[in-house]
Write a protein that binds this ligand. Structure first.
Ligand code: SF4
Length: 218
């Protein structure tokens, strides 16, 4: 009988807690099958840089997974959703140089539609497999606060029963982690059906980020 071992990034995560070391090591991760169809792993960064050896990070923002552009460029939040996040951070007057952005899953999961690569939501199996990278980022970056962007990140940290519509913008305490505030993923705002919805959702994201700034100490 062949026993399939549980998928996990754990054997691929180095012990050294330095962001540049982790960012390099993630490229060799085979902790689940997602690396097979992705261009590269996309690790977290601070304002376009790898965070350096001694990062000063107030807020860690965690999204779902890299998108098409992120997969090609090897950087998180550089596509349309990232541009919207930058705008929201600016409106909330958050210092971008103290914000680390990353994703719950480091490889792009997609399915083909014609010539396009369409985003496919990662499952709990992949989120759990990738968790050791997120834990290593948290241990290294030591943020004062986590902002979970969207349901995948929020439920991965706060449990599958967590509902952003009801609990967004409120501080959640979790054992062994900095406080967490969950809010909308900017890609949800890009998918809004009407201008009215889009503006309302953007207002919600900016207000939640203002609260995050207050909790993280400005
Ligand atoms: S998604 Fe995460 S666990 Fe899976 S191969 Fe990529 S880095 Fe490893």
């Amino acid at each position: 009988m062949v026993v399939k071992t549980k998928e996990s990034a754990a054997p691929f995560v180095p012990e050294e807690r330095k962001l540049p070391v982790l960012a390099q090591a993630v490229q060799k991760c085979r902790g689940c099958d997602l690396y097979k169809n992705a261009t590269q792993a996309v690790f977290g960064e601070v304002d376009g840089r790898d965070g350096g050896a001694k990062p000063k990070i107030a807020i860690m923002m965690i999204g779902e997974q890299p998108g098409d552009q992120e997969d090609k460029q090897g950087r998180p939040f550089v596509g349309p959703a990232g541009k919207l996040l930058d705008k929201a951070l600016e409106e909330a007057e958050i210092d971008r140089s103290k914000v680390y952005v990353t994703n719950a899953v480091k490889h792009f999961k997609w399915e083909p539609r014609g010539k396009m690569r369409i985003h496919k939501k990662p499952g709990m199996k992949e989120i759990n497999a990738c968790r050791p990278w997120l834990d290593a980022e948290l241990e290294t970056a030591k943020p004062k606060l986590i902002v979970a962007l969207g349901a995948t990140a929020a439920q991965g940290l706060l449990g599958s029963g967590f509902r952003i519509t009801q609990e967004h913008g409120k501080v959640q305490e979790v054992d062994g982690m900095p406080p967490v505030i969950a809010t909308l993923h900017p890609s949800a705002i890009l998918r809004a059906q009407t201008d009215e919805d889009r503006h309302a959702q953007m207002r919600m994201l900016v207000e939640d980020l203002k609260e995050a700034k207050r909790v993280a100490g400005g």
